[in-house]
Design a binder for this molecule. Structure first.
Ligand code: WTA
Length: 648
């Protein structure tokens, strides 16, 4: 059995909750669920206070999720305006540039002025309440301003990560029918320039995009030249010149949409995960306060990109709702060198650092000296998110980065959950390296077998959630049936996470990874179906199958089996071409690590590809292929094994 670290007594003394207080509050949240959430609802300012707390049905023929649904509020006003009385001069956002010599502090008053100006620019461009706006942005303060400006005027933002290609961006613009895209000339990461505006130009030429897209609002970031389309493009700094730094906050219903965020599933195109206003904000605020034990004056840093849910909930909405100082970092962990994270911690006296296992593993590989060259004395708490953290990486993070002084919160959650569902609380939970530990308030995890029977005790199973919580997604944008089918049909009456987990004898949860065809590459979700459809879109490819395999740094790597059209010869040049092709179709984050050309793929007699076998081959586990007697052509397996490729 792995080691358990008792609760850090010093931390616990100053924390909101110790272990018995956590148990007490958790029990109350379950036994008296509505009263608990009614109380928590008060952590945000309502324009019209809610009288109704919860209306949820997980029944397939009447699926709906509503929280605080007769209340009205404005999310941006909650993140900014209400702090002005006592925090106008406090730093809201510390921005650290890619270039280590550049940073700036933005106070709550400045944030107010900037967001109001941005809101007025959006209005000038004709954006109205309910309109969808796509953001394709670098990690610069304007990304946060743009999100909050949308929230202020009631527009729905859809942030698309800057690592997605023009094609992927185009698909996301048309799916939610965005009339405006907000971007920058270039983004800067690790000293390299990424041509965001050029990608937007390419996206706007794709089929269907012009049916919706009216304007492109461009932030001048790098200052480099970009192509200009005078009927569609607007410089932000020009429109912002003569707008007011005041803009009234729109009154929104708690269940009005706040944002859409696209995420990969096991089938088809990415889904537009829809989050609404009131419940999302209550949940983001609650979890940010307790999981990070955030106290006024703390400097809090989440290293994620705003293109992911972690950036939404734990760089922008959660921290700002709590009046926190949140650090936003434009760069990457290894530029100018691999001690950058810890230099940033020293420079800004960071107390909490929340990052991903893939970054930890990559930095661990560079050795301890780069860490030890920095002080890190300001750090009191470390966090992890995005994928299971292997005990070795956990231990290094704990021993070397945190010098055994800082608890680690291993936070399990998903784009769909809006906020953290399972995590230690730093003053309350004994830590077990690699375990996300216990559920947060109101969260009722359970493990079920393939037939949906609940499993008791210390077991492995599929992870489901019995009840709703305010931060839960409400629907798949434009496709409620898909929402029902994806999450509420596998195990009736519960939310299915798509993850497997083990529960140990102390009731701790250990996430074992996805049980569906979703990969987790460096903590980023990628559907195997998406990569496969990108590959077969190439004119020389007949068929493709994609599986994950264990990768030292990324957690999982992308292993692709490709069957070429009859008569087409495989070659190294074609392999390179296919890699480039996938990068163009989806983006650099989907770059295949391995391409193996295969004359045939293992299929059942009914023609279904047997991924189980391909997974074993990719994982180098030939002895354990299981039953292959149902294969239409068992001989293809020998060919696949003989031609297996390794990472080198
Ligand atoms: C995985 C990211 C183990 C999991 C917030 C989940 C984790 C998927 C953890 C969601 C963790 C996230 N331990 N696995 N602490 N955090 N995952 O939507 O498989 O990008 O289903 O949300 O990441 O990824 P998403």
């Amino acid at each position: 059995m792995s080691q358990t670290y008792p609760v850090n007594a010093e931390f616990s003394e100053k924390a909101y909750l110790n272990e018995s207080q956590y148990f007490e509050m958790y029990q109350r949240s379950i036994n008296d669920n509505e009263a608990f959430w009614a109380e928590q609802g008060k952590r945000v300012d309502w324009i019209k206070p809610f009288t109704q707390v919860k209306d949820v049905s997980y029944a397939r023929d009447d699926l709906h999720i509503k929280w605080y649904y007769d209340g009205t509020l404005n999310v941006a006003a909650n993140c900014i305006d209400r702090h002005l009385a006592d925090k106008a001069d406090q730093t809201a956002i510390i921005w650290e540039g890619d270039d280590p010599s550049i940073s700036k502090n933005i106070t709550y008053q400045e944030l107010y002025d900037e967001v109001c100006r941005f809101s007025n620019v959006l209005k000038k461009l004709g954006v109205e309440k309910g309109d969808r706006v796509t953001l394709y942005m670098p990690m610069i303060p304007e990304a946060a301003y743009a999100m909050l400006a949308c929230a202020r005027i009631g527009a729905v933002h859809s942030v698309v990560f800057g690592g997605f290609s023009a094609d992927a961006l185009a698909g996301r613009i048309t799916d939610c029918e965005s009339k405006l895209v907000i971007t920058a000339d270039y983004s800067l990461r690790g000293g390299k320039k990424i041509p965001l505006k050029q990608n937007v130009d390419a996206a706007s030429e794709k089929e269907g995009v012009k049916d919706y897209l009216e304007s492109v609002l461009v932030i001048r970031n790098s200052g480099d030249e970009v192509d200009w389309n005078s009927t569609q493009d607007y410089w932000y700094h020009e429109l912002a010149k003569d707008v007011s730094a005041d803009c009234p906050a729109e009154e929104m219903n708690a269940e009005d949409p706040l944002f859409i965020l696209y995420t990969s599933g096991s089938t088809g195109q990415p889904k537009g995960v829809l989050h609404t206003s009131g419940g999302y904000l209550v949940y983001a605020s609650l979890t940010h306060q307790y999981v990070f034990d955030y106290h006024p004056g703390d400097i809090y840093w989440c290293t994620a990109d705003v293109g992911w849910i972690t950036g939404h909930s734990y760089i922008v909405y959660g921290p700002l709702a709590n009046g926190a100082t949140t650090l936003m970092f434009e760069g990457v962990p290894n530029y100018p060198d691999s001690s950058r994270f810890w230099q940033v911690c020293d420079k800004h006296k960071v107390n909490t650092c929340y990052t991903a296992p893939t970054a930890i593993r990559a930095l661990m590989r560079e050795g301890n000296e780069l860490v030890k060259s920095t002080s890190r004395q300001s750090l009191t708490l470390l966090g992890s998110v995005g994928e299971p953290i292997n005990p070795e990486a956990w231990q290094w993070y704990y021993d070397v980065v945190g010098e055994q002084r800082c608890p680690i919160v291993d936070t399990w959650w998903q784009t769909e959950t809006g906020g953290i569902l399972i995590s230690p609380l730093p003053g309350a939970t004994p830590l077990k390296p690699g375990s996300a530990s216990r559920p947060l308030f109101g969260i009722q995890p359970a493990l079920v077998d393939g037939e949906g029977n609940e499993l008791e005790g210390a077991v492995d199973g599929n992870l489901i959630m019995r009840d709703s919580w305010p931060g839960q997604m409400r629907t798949v944008y434009g496709d409620h049936q898909r929402f029902i089918d994806t999450y509420f049909s596998t195990f009736e009456g519960s939310y299915f996470t798509g993850d497997g987990a083990r529960r140990d004898e102390d009731n701790y949860y250990w996430i074992t990874g996805r049980v569906d065809d979703v990969l987790n590459i460096s903590g980023h979700r990628m559907g195997t179906a998406e990569i496969e459809s990108a590959l077969v879109a190439h004119h020389l490819v007949a068929e493709a199958a994609v599986v994950g395999y264990p990768h030292d740094i990324k957690g999982q790597g992308i292993y692709t089996f490709v069957t070429l059209n009859a008569g087409v010869e495989s070659s190294e040049a074609l392999e390179k071409e296919l890699v480039q092709w996938v990068r163009k179709e989806i983006g650099p984050i989907a770059t295949p690590d391995i391409i193996q050309f295969a004359p045939g793929l293992p299929k059942t007699r009914s023609g279904k590809i047997m991924r189980r076998i391909l997974r074993k081959i990719a994982e180098n586990e030939f002895s354990n292929l299981g039953d292959i007697s149902t294969l239409a052509e068992p001989a293809v397996v020998d060919d696949l094994i003989n031609n297996r490729k390794s990472q080198e």
